[in-house]
Design a protein around this ligand. Structure first.
Ligand SMILES: [Zn+2]
Length: 140
């Protein structure tokens, strides 16, 4: 069974899914900016696309820990919306970028209460020409 998703809005709020994050989830190199990769990673959480979350993340943390954390978020959270608050660099001509965002979610235990992840994320463009998520901190 396959549903027609051509009119499906992208979870990140950037337009049609087929024209927004879907091409990037299929082909990582299509993220031209840090913001596009950030949006695609948010959409990956909504779609529970573990592969994309892992391949777009450069970290020294143990892979098992990361997978456990992502799976926990998949189980517990229902994502409501993404608000991009600030981008510093991260354009196609840059090598580094910062994206500050608010990702709003509810939990299955408490679906009436909106909670959020408020983060300032760092991205780098590597030699393969792809943007990668590196780390996050709380905005000051
Ligand atoms: Zn999108």
């Amino acid at each position: 069974m396959s549903a027609d998703i051509s009119n499906e809005p992208c979870p990140c709020g950037g337009g049609l899914f087929t024209r927004c994050c879907q091409p990037i989830l299929r082909e990582h190199s299509k993220a031209q900016t840090a913001e596009q990769l950030m949006r695609a990673r948010y959409t990956s959480f909504c779609k529970q696309d573990l592969d994309f979350l892992l391949k777009s993340y450069l970290t020294t943390k143990p892979k098992e820990t990361i997978i456990t954390n992502f799976n926990k978020m998949f189980r517990e959270r229902s994502w409501v919306r993404l608000e991009i608050q600030e981008c510093v660099d991260g354009l196609a001509s840059d090598q580094t970028g910062i994206v500050q965002f608010l990702a709003v979610y509810t939990t299955h235990d408490d679906p009436e209460t909106e909670q959020w992840a408020h983060e300032r994320s760092s991205f780098t463009k590597e030699e393969d020409g792809c943007w990668y998520f590196r780390s996050s901190e709380r905005p000051t």
